[in-house]
Design a protein around this ligand. Structure first.
Ligand SMILES: Nc1ncnc2c1ncn2[C@@H]1O[C@H](COP(=O)(O)OP(=O)(O)OP(=O)(O)O)[C@@H](O)[C@H]1O
Ligand SMILES: [Mg+2]
Length: 283
């Protein structure tokens, strides 16, 4: 199977959920193209992880997910693993493999495709690139939350897939690691891959993403460049917050949350005055 270099990832008429429960309904997204980093944002339980899992074919789904001319639902598991690198929101707790073994496993599941370099060497290279080679012989279960998160990213990028789906890749990281990992993730996109990253930190999303896709209640609220999407109106409507969006001295967007807005008048208020519920009113 060959993926053309300019193949876009498209989602059309997607329904996804668990058992009898539908979380994503009739969702269509703007095409996600190689070279651009897409941040997927939205409130808790909006369906972001479910959408990523559906794109990785890990939950019940119906609808169309294509990469160029390839229908991802038709791929064999090894082909899908080689095409889509998926980083879950959290790793399972019961993995007793070493860090190196876990990355080797992530490479071998793709049927060993590669440039002939021994798999262990490739796995070590990935760990080195991410600055965690010193963890290679440690047991995955016994790592800190941030260490686990970086190793999980190593597993997702280990076989250099053309599509990378990252579920909150930096939520457990300190600011320095956050910056390093976002540099690597952005570099991955700039190198011509499709990267979709779920993010809750909207300023971080604005700093790194080329496009922001906003999901709420399993539906698309909006998509576009950060400056078009991150507005006080969107923040009130989607997150129920009264917030200012301002540029810092470097020109980057900052989100300053002043309070929450009551859910009822949001739509009317979003276009005009929003009365924040202040901390004092909660007492
Ligand atoms: N394994 C599961 N089985 C049943 N329902 C689930 C499962 N995982 C998630 N859900 C439900 O699906 C809905 C969407 O969850 P999802 O994890 O996609 O949200 P999210 O946008 O990623 O939220 P968060 O920002 O909190 O991670 C929620 O109502 C959640 O309770
Ligand atoms: Mg999630």
């Amino acid at each position: 199977m060959t993926v053309s270099q300019d193949a876009a990832l498209t989602v059309r008429g997607l329904h996804a959920g668990y058992g009898g429960r539908t979380v994503i309904e009739r969702l269509s997204l703007p095409a996600m193209v190689p070279g651009r980093l897409v941040a997927l944002v939205g409130p808790n339980a909006a369906g972001k992880s479910t959408l990523l899992r559906a794109m990785a074919h890990l939950v019940r789904m119906r609808g169309e997910i294509r990469l160029g001319g390839i229908d991802l639902a038709r791929l064999k598991p090894a082909e899908r693993a080689a095409t889509i690198g998926f980083m879950p929101q959290s790793l399972p707790d019961d993995v007793s493999l070493s860090v190196l073994e876990s990355v080797i496993a992530a490479i071998t599941v793709t049927a060993g495709g590669g440039d002939g370099t021994p798999v262990a060497e490739r796995a070590l290279d990935v760990l080195e690139d991410l600055g965690v080679a010193d963890l290679a012989s440690r047991t995955l279960n016994l790592l800190s939350g941030g260490q686990k998160q970086v190793v999980s990213l190593a597993q997702a990028i280990a076989c250099a897939p053309p599509v990378l789906l990252l579920d909150e890749p930096t939520s457990a990281l300190d600011p320095a690691r956050q910056f390093q990992i976002m540099c690597i993730v952005k570099g991955y996109a700039v190198a011509g891959r499709i990267v979709v990253a779920v993010m809750h930190d909207l300023a971080l999303a604005a700093q790194w993403a080329d496009e922001i896709v906003v999901l709420t209640r399993g539906r698309l609220h909006g998509a576009g460049p950060p400056a078009d999407i991150l507005t006080p109106g969107m923040l009130a409507e989607v997150y129920g917050i009264a917030a200012r969006v301002e540029r810092c001295s470097e020109g980057r967007l900052q989100i300053l949350v002043d309070g929450v807005v009551p859910p009822r008048p949001i739509r009317a208020a979003a276009g005009g005055q929003i009365e924040p519920v202040t901390r004092r009113e909660f007492r």
